[in-house]
Design a protein around this ligand. Structure first.
Ligand code: C2E
Ligand code: MG
Ligand code: MG
Ligand code: MG
Length: 282
């Protein structure tokens, strides 16, 4: 009976596995068409400057409305697209979309710094800095208004190559951030080698923030260290005023999170941006 059970379990898992593989293949195979047909779009999440109360920065986040699978999360499809070696398609699409949007906002007198997420394999491209520089010129967006976020775990895999890539990007004038800090296996000590402007502390750090004093101390000292090393510090995933106030007292420069602003469609973000900055001047 036992053998039969485990055989059934095997069959079950096999079937489950096939389903997963089918979904993954479907996602990867439908990417080129999705790009052509406009199934992908960007939403914008405002960041709050805790020193000034101002909003001057925003992160662009990708969304995919799939014809048969519905709304897909980037947390699901980005790793698949990376694995399939097709992330460049997305990265350059995002850069074009963001820079065109920024040019349109600029034309309306709206100055906003936009952060984009780039991926593992983007930094393998030796032409990356050159291509971004050409795009900035094409859209006439100042380089300093573009921030590039890269995930920590990616950066630490090959430190030497990472540093030369980041240095090339820095030379063209774009701003750089380490994303999801604290989730990789690197220690804070590695930070000092990286030529970046900002460290974004991962929202996982906030999980036990309210209940556990040690978690709070951990985030507090990470913030202090990052600041002492000369980085701007952002904390993402801030969902309450209590947490916001605590982070402010720890010296955090900017926060991002649903408490302040949720990711919004470009038009809604534009309205929000104007309102947030107007409130301040009154
Ligand atoms: P990320 O770059 O760390 O982006 C922050 C994520 O946290 C976003 O998830 C955002 O919606 C979410 N978030 C913001 N505030 C809160 C909050 O208060 N509470 C909670 N629970 N979540 C919050 P999202 O949009 O689902 O994106 C997930 C990840 O997918 C991103 O993490 C990024 O690594 C990746 N991603 C998103 N867009 C792109 C893109 O255009 N290109 C690449 N390569 N990756 C992207
Ligand atoms: Mg990010
Ligand atoms: Mg990220
Ligand atoms: Mg992050």
């Amino acid at each position: 009976k036992k053998a039969k059970q485990s055989k059934n379990a095997m069959a079950y898992y096999q079937q489950d596995d096939d389903k997963v593989q089918y979904r993954e293949l479907l996602i990867i195979n439908s990417l080129p068409k999705a790009l052509l047909e406009g199934q992908l779009h960007l939403v914008y999440q405002a960041k709050l400057d805790l020193h000034t109360g101002n909003c001057q920065q925003v992160e662009a986040l990708i969304r995919w409305q799939h014809p048969s699978l519905g709304k897909l999360s980037p947390a699901e499809f980005i790793p698949l697209v990376e694995y399939a070696g097709m992330i460049e398609l997305i990265s350059f699409w995002v850069l074009d979309k963001v820079l065109a949007q920024q040019a349109a906002w600029q034309a309306q007198g709206m100055q906003v710094k936009v952060a984009v997420n780039l991926s593992t394999t983007d930094i393998d491209n030796p032409q990356l800095a050159e291509e971004i520089s050409a795009k900035l010129k094409h859209y006439q967006v100042p380089a300093a208004n573009l921030m590039i976020e890269m995930t920590e775990s990616v950066l630490m895999a090959d430190l030497e190559r990472t540093i030369s890539c980041l240095e090339a990007l820095r030379k063209i004038g774009v701003k750089l951030a380490i994303d999801d800090f604290g989730t990789g296996h690197s220690s804070l000590a590695y930070l000092r080698f990286l030529p970046v402007d900002e460290v974004k502390i991962d929202k996982a750090f906030l999980e036990d923030f309210d209940s556990d004093n040690r978690s709070k101390q951990l985030i507090k000292s990470s913030i202090e260290l990052a600041k002492n090393l000369g980085f701007e510090v952002t904390v993402e995933g801030v969902e309450s005023k209590t947490v916001l106030e605590q982070l402010k007292s720890f010296g955090v420069d900017t926060i991002q999170g649903d408490y302040y602003a949720k990711p919004l469609e470009p038009e809604a973000f534009q309205t929000q941006f104007i309102t947030l900055n107007q409130q301040l001047s009154h």
